[in-house]
Design a protein around this ligand. Structure first.
Ligand code: HXC
Length: 290
């Protein structure tokens, strides 16, 4: 496909959404210390919410919370917990309630990822990613649900698009994210009568994250994108603001790919026949698009 002459601009949320739409609201975000989830937290805080960010590394969380507070003028607190440990998560929730008195929004974002073929994936490696992504999401729902019901709040799970097809070297992540999608769908149906919504955001190729920088060392330079550019963390932030806002009050149980159309392009452009003979050809293309 010829490169597009058009390059989509990143939407400026300050010009799109009123800056006080989340005034008085509180966000609880796992994985909020870095990457996409940190940007999602910032987007919500810039529109008036306070936040608690959850992660394993206290140093990184403390620094991120300080920077998020300074950047937005809202309050962000670091709450250390491993999402694989329900008790630690419960303590993080208690700390959040102690500080802010409520939880309106939850982002289930903590995730693990690395490239490995099934043949080289140990049982523990597979289980580790399932435990962080899928069981961690379940644990987060369980720890927060009573508070989210009380505020008639809303969940966003972060997923991916790679499990829509058979993405090589991503069996563990694909299985885990399929589980995350399913959890959100069921949560939406069960909790709708309590006024609770749940949706999934599935980011596509997002350029400005640590993970993407890591993968860029092996990526090709010729990745085509339907909108002329890879994603930006602010694209995911904008989708987050929409889904948490009243503009989405009738939107629940949905899976929103924020990928600039890349998934559809990927599906049609992977060299599948070649991949049967030479799996490394597929991997090269995949790495270029991650
Ligand atoms: C093969 C690996 C591996 C690798 C870890 N393991 N890294 N196997 N290749 N590169 C194996 C280990 O050998 C071990 O199995 C098991 O996994 C557990 O590893 P630990 O290091 O003990 O676990 P832990 O400290 O809990 O952390 C695991 C981890 C971590 C989550 C994978 O390495 C990590 O935090 N990675 C980066 C996180 C990240 O990138 N997050 C962003 C996710 S983005 P054995 O058998 O030896 O005991 C995302 C979106 C998906 O998820 C979409 C992308 C396009």
């Amino acid at each position: 496909m010829a490169p597009s002459a058009y390059i989509a601009p990143v939407g400026d949320s300050a010009l799109i959404f009123r800056d006080d739409i989340f005034k008085g609201k509180v966000l609880f975000c796992t994985g909020g210390g870095s990457g996409i989830c940190r940007a999602m937290t910032e987007a919500v805080m810039r529109h008036g919410a306070n936040a608690a960010i959850v992660g394993r590394k206290l140093d990184r969380l403390t620094q991120a919370a300080k920077e998020l507070s300074e950047a937005t003028g809202q309050v962000c607190i670091p709450t250390q917990a491993d999402v694989r440990q329900p008790k630690a998560l419960q303590e993080a929730v208690s700390k959040t309630i102690e500080k802010f008195g409520r939880i309106d929004f939850v982002i289930c974002g903590a995730a693990g990822n690395f490239l490995a073929p099934i043949s080289g994936l140990s049982e523990n490696a597979f289980r580790t990613v399932m435990e962080i992504d899928t069981i961690g999401t379940y644990n987060t729902i369980k720890a927060t649900l009573a508070h989210v019901r009380a505020s008639k709040g809303s969940y966003i799970m972060t997923s991916a698009t790679l499990h829509y097809n058979g993405t090589p070297y991503q069996a563990h992540v694909s299985a885990a994210k399929a589980g995350v999608d399913a959890l959100s769908n069921v949560l939406a149906v069960e909790e709708g009568p309590h006024g609770v919504r749940s949706n999934v955001i599935s980011p596509g190729p997002i350029a400005n994250t640590e993970g993407a920088a890591r993968l860029a060392s092996v990526a090709g330079k010729d990745s085509p994108y339907p909108l002329g550019r890879p994603g930006d963390v602010r694209d995911v932030g904008n989708a987050t603001i929409f889904l948490f806002s009243d503009a989405a009050s009738f939107v629940t149980g949905q899976i929103l790919a924020v990928d600039g159309g890349s998934e559809h392009l990927r599906t049609t452009q992977l060299p599948y026949p070649a991949s049967v003979l030479d799996p490394s050809a597929t991997l090269k293309v995949l790495k270029a698009r991650m």
